[in-house]
Design a protein around this ligand. Structure first.
Ligand code: ARG
Length: 595
């Protein structure tokens, strides 16, 4: 069920009956709701095609509909159909303004038994969503937040539309940082089994350090390599040895990768983000040779300063697009190599229709190069679309990337802790006395994460935004806590009213507004999916919640005398609750039952 499509069909048929192209009959939501609910500007487009004044065409269409002529596509229900318009008129210069009767919306809304009934269009394409993208042995920091939050939401939105979506974290676990880590471990623990000649793996092999030391090893190694050429060479050598699967290095690497994954899993769980696949850059290692051979056989590679490269620039480029490096002069594999080989692997394993990558805008050149090389090398079928979804950065109030107080990179664990504590302070006064301390902590966690996530998702992903904790955590305005507070409130109202409702009818303007908003949820979901931009859903759920507040303050429910009105309102608030919770779920924000 989709109202826009359904009404478009009727208008299209009128266009056809008047001898015009039926595609002109597509309608859209009006941007002047004070004048009408929908508009069709097909007569404007038709004017050029048929060399007639647009208003004349619009008038013909309106007359056709007023003529009550039976519309073929609705033969059976035609009596009802022709009576659905409360207004349909042609207005200069040639628009058709349309509004529908309340009964029409009432009929629709009463058919909605669950959120899923609001989604009429189902797709079946297979999509791989590459998001998260943390790097092994580097604690998750602020730079990883947006990919996780936006990616998780897009995954859920696409699943709701029926897409067969696979979320892959694509860990950074194969490049030079791995060589740096191994080099530093070797300096600290030269006698470890992994470094012995003739090493053979055994069950009892372990690591001599925990996650805190691992997280400190990488930055130490990275700064050492900047000061010493020898250290850097060792790291490059270690990277190559690992990539060639030296058994000791490989086993050691497996161990610290596992330790690092275990650590980041906790933070992703706090953020309500989860992945179907925990693959990494390394997962494609068996495809690398095949990739290189394919590109060479295609005749598109050449040597440049010892490296193997492919030209990817085109004549239309306004900016210089440098060649992509497939293999470095020392034989090592790069970020671009693994991204290309991963495409080959994903095609072979999953045969997806689309692969979507979520990283910040700064990686757009990298993906342009990778996508062009993949097409040029024909390593994927034409049907498979590749798309990079870039996003802006989260900034501090100074407009620069958000930092800790002492100017360092803010780790996600710290950020989550800070905002959860702030949420705890905020809810402490509001929450009822019967709530236990444990429950309070759980609610604070959900409120804090909702504040963080909604604050991020509310902005169109392509833009930078300012992390303003006080505003994000506020219970008023367009915030996560406002929405959670309202779901808890609806919940407590439902506890009093019960869920024994009846047929939903429209008794007030606000009820109409709520129903109208809810019925257009699918269009918002589609828009969010098409633009890969969950902010439209954020705005939508906020509008529903604030309309609910208005409705609740101006209408009687429990003590409403008319049974018909009371039952209708009970059903309506139950539906509102379902819709708000389901949209929050698409944003991967958990709701609370009480607050
Ligand atoms: N690990 C990368 C980074 O930290 C992000 C990975 C994104 N995915 C990809 N297939 N390149 O920048």
């Amino acid at each position: 069920m989709n109202i826009i499509n359904e009404i478009s069909e009727i208008i299209s048929e009128a266009f056809e009956k008047c001898g015009y192209d039926k595609n002109l009959g597509k309608i859209a939501l009006s941007n002047r709701p004070d004048l009408c609910q929908f508009t069709c500007n097909g007569a404007m487009a038709g004017a050029k095609l048929y060399k007639k004044p647009p208003l004349a065409i619009a008038n013909e269409i309106v007359e056709k509909i007023h003529s009550n002529e039976v519309f073929d596509c609705y033969k059976e229900e035609s009596a009802l159909r022709k009576d659905i318009f409360s207004k349909i008129e042609a207005v200069p210069p040639g628009f058709i303004n349309i509004s529908l009767k309340n009964e029409f919306f009432e009929n629709y809304i009463n058919k909605i038994k669950s959120f899923d009934d609001l989604i009429s269009q189902k797709f079946s394409d297979k999509i791989i969503l590459d998001y998260g993208g943390p790097n092994v042995a580097k604690p998750l920091h602020i730079g990883h937040l947006r990919s996780a939050i936006i990616g998780e939401s897009i995954k859920r939105i696409s699943k709701a539309l029926g897409y067969n979506t696979i979320g892959d974290i694509h860990l950074g676990d194969w490049g030079l940082p791995m060589g740096l880590i191994i080099t530093e471990i070797k300096e600290r623990y030269p006698n470890l089994v992994y470094f012995q000649d003739n090493y053979t793996p055994s069950e009892s092999d372990s690591l001599p350090f925990g996650i805190d030391e691992l997280n400190e090893i990488y930055p130490t190694a990275s700064s050492k390599s900047k000061l010493s050429d020898e250290y850097k060479l060792n790291a490059q050598e270690a990277t190559k040895k690992l990539q060639n699967k030296d058994i000791g290095y490989y086993e050691l690497w497996k161990k610290f990768v596992a330790l690092s994954i275990e650590d980041s899993k906790k933070i992703y769980a706090d953020l309500n983000v989860d992945f179907d696949l925990w693959y990494g850059e390394s997962t494609c290692r068996d495809y690398i040779q095949k990739l290189v051979n394919t590109l060479i056989e295609k005749g598109i590679t050449y040597e440049s300063e010892g490296a193997l490269v492919v030209d990817v620039k085109t004549e239309e480029d306004k900016l210089e697009i440098p060649p992509i490096i497939i293999r470095k002069s020392d034989g090592a594999q790069l970020y671009s190599t693994t991204d290309l080989a991963t495409i080959m692997q994903r095609i072979e394993m999953f045969d997806p229709n689309q692969i979507i990558y979520l990283t910040d805008n700064r990686q757009s050149l990298h993906f342009t190069q990778v996508f062009r090389c993949a097409r040029k090398g024909e390593i994927l079928p034409n049907k498979t679309k590749l798309e990079h979804i870039g996003f802006g950065t989260m900034n501090g109030k100074d407009g620069k990337p958000y930092k800790t107080r002492d100017g360092g990179v803010m780790q996600l664990s710290e950020l989550i802790k800070t905002i959860t504590e702030k949420a705890y302070e905020e809810i402490s006064d509001r929450i009822s006395n019967e709530t236990t301390e444990k429950e309070k902590r759980e609610i604070a966690q959900k409120v804090g994460i909702a504040a963080l996530k909604f604050g991020d998702l509310y902005n169109h992903r392509s833009r930078d935004y300012i992390f303003d904790m006080d505003r994000f955590i506020s219970f008023e305005g367009k915030t996560g806590p406002y929405l959670l507070y309202n779901t808890a409130r609806i919940n407590s109202i439902i506890k009093k009213t019960g869920s024994d409702g009846g047929r939903i009818r429209i008794f007030s303007d606000t009820e109409f507004d709520i129903i109208f908003k809810i019925l257009f949820t699918e269009d918002i979901i589609l828009r969010s999916f098409n633009e890969k931009a969950p902010n439209y859903l954020c705005e939508h759920v906020y509008e529903i919640a604030s309309l609910f507040s208005k409705f609740y303050s101006e209408s009687n429910i429990i003590n409403e005398e008319s049974e018909e009105i009371r039952k209708s309102r009970i059903s309506l608030i139950n539906l509102v609750k379902e819709v708000i919770i389901s949209i929050l779920d698409l944003l991967a924000i958990e709701h609370v039952d009480k607050m």
